[in-house]
Design a binder for this molecule. Structure first.
Ligand SMILES: [Zn+2]
Length: 466
């Protein structure tokens, strides 16, 4: 591959053996080399060359791929031999690697970092959420190859400020799409700063307006089976009027029934506790919903790995010692989190997980067969769930436990999330004109999906972070 330095004849022997040249010649070459080096460093062109590209559309991978990037955007996609690399582009070899769109995680909690005691966390760390914890976890996501994440449930101002600081390039981190506070019937005591209670239809509308005016990217509902049907309808209608999707918990049957009735766009978790399957009337309602072609598809983020991996992490807790999740956190918080996870086997949070585990695969299958579009999301940040690991864990469980084709799993972590957030014209696939959110990992991820635990290259909006 020719670079500007090649064209200027800047080979090491020429620059390090000045006696080969008389002074004017040496000066001239050094000047040319300096110009070329500056051009290459300052030119905002990059080329990812040689790897196998999985572009996010689901078609066959493209070998010997060339991705040309200029500034923040992808300029061209082609192959070695047919797509020339501009001489002033910085060439990054992806030989031997899978190259794919940056991953999305559609259900994270940047205000949490694996601590087991919510009551303690919620009263101890509010002053450090915006300044320390959310920036640290957003960066951990990015370094894990997650270039975009949907943050579902955090204080409003902190959510907006951290999201905007990342968007403007002030701090590194995954591009965040935030809901701000949960909307629910009654906030749990001590959580009012990130959970807003709804008292009547007017209040429902007013709270959505307040969130929309502040600039959130979606609305998050929880415990909606405790609200009135009118309140739920007011939330969804007002959100849709403001072009915001509504994401709702699906823990209990009536959360799903009422949510479907009101027009919720995306359900979270597999839910229904230890029950073996979704009841027939819910499946019928899902079929009615997924048959409607005149509105966006119904999305569902099943978040299975947190449950599926519980007993593994309980018995093999090496992950708790992994320094990757410490990054950006002060030692006092790291120690606090570690202390809280000394007896994973005794955590009440996970008490019902072992009896739920055998029901997960069937429920996951029911959801897939219902025609809902399933998305990769993880509940990252809840006890034991560090932002450095959850997303690849979810992909791994989808492929190895739920029987999902690896290409479909990758699509659920790239293209489909971007479509759900209505930004598929900007991100989600490796396509000319879109932002250069790209990761690369040595080896074939379609054969070994868990290679995604060690992403070699992370690029977001054309900037290389890893
Ligand atoms: Zn959650």
């Amino acid at each position: 591959m020719e670079t500007a330095a090649d064209l200027a004849g800047c080979h090491p022997d020429q620059t390090t053996n000045p006696e080969r040249y008389n002074l004017p010649m040496k000066s001239r070459i050094l000047t040319l080399c300096a110009i070329a080096a500056i051009a290459s460093a300052q030119s905002n062109k990059k080329a990812l060359v040689g790897g196998t590209l999985i572009d996010g559309f689901g078609g066959p991978p493209l070998r010997y791929s060339v991705i040309l990037i200029e500034g923040e955007k992808i300029q061209a996609v082609g192959q070695v031999g047919s797509l020339p690399v501009p001489p002033d582009a910085q060439v990054i070899s992806t030989e031997g690697m899978s190259v794919l769109p940056g991953l999305w995680d559609m259900h994270v909690h940047t205000m949490l970092s694996g601590h087991s005691d919510y009551t303690h966390w919620d009263k101890t760390y509010p002053p450090q959420l915006e300044s320390v914890i959310m920036p640290a976890t957003a960066k951990q996501l990015l370094m894990a190859g997650v270039t975009s994440a949907r943050d579902l449930g955090a204080p409003l101002e902190a959510s907006i400020h951290v999201r905007d600081a990342i968007r403007s390039g002030k701090i590194p981190g995954a591009t965040l799409y935030v809901s701000g506070p949960f909307l629910q019937h009654e906030p749990y005591p001590g959580t009012e700063y990130f959970r807003w209670g709804i008292k009547g239809v007017d209040d429902a509308r007013a709270k959505v307006q307040k969130l929309a005016d502040a600039g959130v990217d979606c609305i998050k509902m929880i415990d909606q089976d405790q609200m009135t049907r009118e309140e739920i309808a007011a939330i969804v209608t007002e959100a849709h009027r403001r072009n915001l999707m509504v994401v709702a918990h699906a823990h209990r049957p009536n959360e799903i029934r009422f949510g479907l009735e009101a027009g919720v766009d995306d359900f979270e978790h597999t839910g229904l506790a230890t029950a073996p399957e979704y009841p027939a009337d819910i499946i019928d309602k899902l079929h009615e919903r997924t048959a409607r072609g005149n509105i966006p598809p119904l999305y569902w983020t099943p978040t299975v790995q947190v449950l599926y991996n519980y007993d593994y992490i309980r018995d093999h807790p090496e992950i708790i010692d992994d320094p990757r999740w410490h990054e950006g956190l002060p030692q006092s918080i790291i120690t606090d989190i570690r202390e809280s996870l000394r007896h994973i086997d005794q955590l009440e949070y996970f008490r019902m997980v072992p009896p739920r585990k055998p029901t997960l695969k069937h429920k996951f299958q029911q959801l897939r067969e219902s025609g809902a579009i399933l998305l990769i999301g993880t509940d990252s940040g809840v006890p034991t769930q560090f932002h450095t690991q959850t997303t690849w864990n979810e992909l791994d469980i989808w492929v190895h436990a739920m029987g999902v084709d690896p290409m479909d799993a990758i699509r659920a972590a790239t293209f489909w999330p971007s479509a759900a957030m209505k930004v598929d014209r900007e991100v989600g696939t490796v396509t000319p004109g879109k932002y250069a959110d790209i990761i690369a990992v040595r080896g074939d991820v379609l054969r070994y999906i868990d290679l995604l635990q060690n992403v070699d290259l992370v690029m977001k909006h054309g900037t290389r972070y890893k």
